[in-house]
Design a protein around this ligand. Structure first.
Ligand code: SF4
Length: 127
């Protein structure tokens, strides 16, 4: 099988290594630029099941802010992100919102919860 050369940026840690990868199908046969072995796991995951953390906001009724920041509890499959954002857009929370509140449980049946990342007290409530 012919070899293919591809470039990736490993996002596993803040170092963000630029990876030069030689592939045979979905098998990594050579890699340069990775500062640790997790670079190989990252590329393997990207090839088989690419995932991303998603952060966005949801509307809050009766809060001191109209929006609450939320995030995926763990990385979600990339092909599901568009649908996930569509579902999140329909959500409206009622204040107060607490950090760690489950905003959506088992989003899109992925087993991944969407959590609030900030307290939004209700209007008139002492935070
Ligand atoms: S290869 Fe290792 S050091 Fe480089 S970004 Fe990935 S996890 Fe971090």
């Amino acid at each position: 099988m012919a070899h293919e050369h591809r470039k990736f940026i490993c996002i596993t840690c803040p170092r963000g290594c630029a990876l030069d990868v030689t592939l045979e199908g979905e098998i990594v046969v050579q890699m340069e630029g990775n500062s640790c072995k997790r670079g190989i796991d990252y590329v393997t995951g990207e090839l088989k099941d690419p995932r991303r953390m998603v952060t966005t906001t949801v509307r809050v009724r009766g809060g001191v802010h109209p929006l609450a920041p939320v995030y995926t509890e763990s990385p979600i499959p990339k092909p599901r992100i568009f649908d996930l954002l569509a579902v999140i857009r329909k959500v409206e929370l009622k204040a107060p919102v607490k950090v760690g509140d489950v905003v959506i449980e088992n989003a899109l049946g992925t087993g991944i919860n969407i959590l609030a990342s900030r307290n939004i007290p209700a209007k008139g409530e002492v935070s």
